[in-house]
Design a protein around this ligand. Structure first.
Ligand code: FMN
Length: 311
């Protein structure tokens, strides 16, 4: 596959979110881009605005047993279960290589208990990462994860100690679209110290194998991502823009420039791209080029001007 080039010569796509500089508002979504280096032979990774790591936990995890991915007509279901080597190993073995790639580094922090989250946050606070994305929205683990993201008080009970444990890092909380009252969870996170919010994580879903007559996933349910969820995710970003004052990073099914522009118009300060990279690795590079072209045509001088919202 040929490497796509970005011509940024006449357009300044850079943006600053919670004090972190991004060369453009396109970020690789957690769990879909490894630690960045995995894609270096396919695309020019240095052109991305940011890279969000796979979900990291204080202690190593081997992830879920059984089938982990299942395609649907307009999406992807996953049940990875936060497989990762643990934060200490990440910091020692992966972070130096990830840093050297160039884009802003966001560490996606997960856990089963408040103590595990806070312990992970202490380690990340002492590292060279640029920002923490606190994942209280993973639907694929039995303890912790999404259970914290469904209820305002439960969300605040994690955000508060993590905020305290990582006073030097900007804190972005990643929300679950499965929360019955998303705006209430969002406000609770901001009150507990979140500097920014990202959404959406995957929607709880399931599939059944009609031949084995069993659910496809050992956990029965899995997380749905991809184009199928995009219009719902967009609506959630639009609504949260009115509910909170902090920056919002939007994602959910973004596959091309038009999709990305919709989220930026809805008020997202930046976007993350996940499943689309699996289907088409240069998707993010094409989106960066597409946003640059759109801004050039409209004579916009910064990405913020794409928004059709006003605070
Ligand atoms: C295979 C896979 C693994 C994922 N792992 C994580 C993870 O570790 N932490 C997290 O916060 N989100 C994780 N996600 C969710 C994505 O970061 C993103 O929120 C979601 O897929 C919606 O975006 P998309 O439709 O562009 O994929 C994962 C998604 C997929 C498809």
């Amino acid at each position: 596959m040929s490497k796509s080039k970005v011509d940024l010569s006449q357009v300044d796509l850079s943006t600053t979110i919670t004090g972190v500089h991004f060369r453009n508002p396109v970020i690789a979504a957690s769990g879909t881009f490894g630690y960045g280096g995995e894609y270096a032979g396919l695309i020019d990774v240095s052109q991305l605005g940011g890279i969000c790591t796979k979900g990291l936990t204080l202690n190593p995890r081997s992830g879920n047993a059984g089938q982990r991915l299942h395609e649907t007509p307009a999406g992807l279901m996953n049940s990875i279960g936060l497989e990762n080597p643990g934060i200490a190993v990440f910091l020692e073995k992966e972070l130096p290589k990830l840093r050297a790639l160039g884009p802003a580094v966001i560490a996606n922090l997960s856990g089963s208990t408040v103590e595990e989250y806070a312990g992970g946050a202490v380690l990340l606070n002492a590292s060279s990462i640029d920002m923490i994305e606190l994942n209280i929205s993973c639907p694929n683990v039995k303890a912790g994860g999404m259970t914290f993201g469904l209820d305002p008080e439960a969300a605040a009970s994690v955000v508060r100690p993590v905020r305290k444990a990582a006073p030097d890092k900007p804190l972005m909380v990643k929300l679950s679209p499965n929360a019955p009252d998303l705006a209430a969870v969002a406000r609770a996170c901001v009150d507990a110290g979140a500097d920014a919010l990202s959404l959406v994580n995957t929607f709880k879903a399931m599939a059944i194998d009609i031949n084995t007559r069993k659910p496809v996933f050992d956990n029965i349910s899995a997380g749905l991502s991809g184009p199928a969820i995009r219009p719902i995710a967009l609506r959630m970003v639009w609504e949260l823009y009115d509910a909170v004052k902090v920056p919002i990073v939007g994602m959910g099914g973004i596959s091309n420039t038009k999709d990305a522009l919709e989220f930026l118009m809805a008020g997202a300060a930046a976007i993350e791209v996940g499943s689309a990279t699996f289907a088409h690795p240069p998707a993010m590079i094409e989106i960066i080029n597409g946003i640059a072209g759109y801004m050039k045509n409209r004579r916009f001088s910064k990405p913020e001007e794409i928004s059709i919202r006003g605070k």
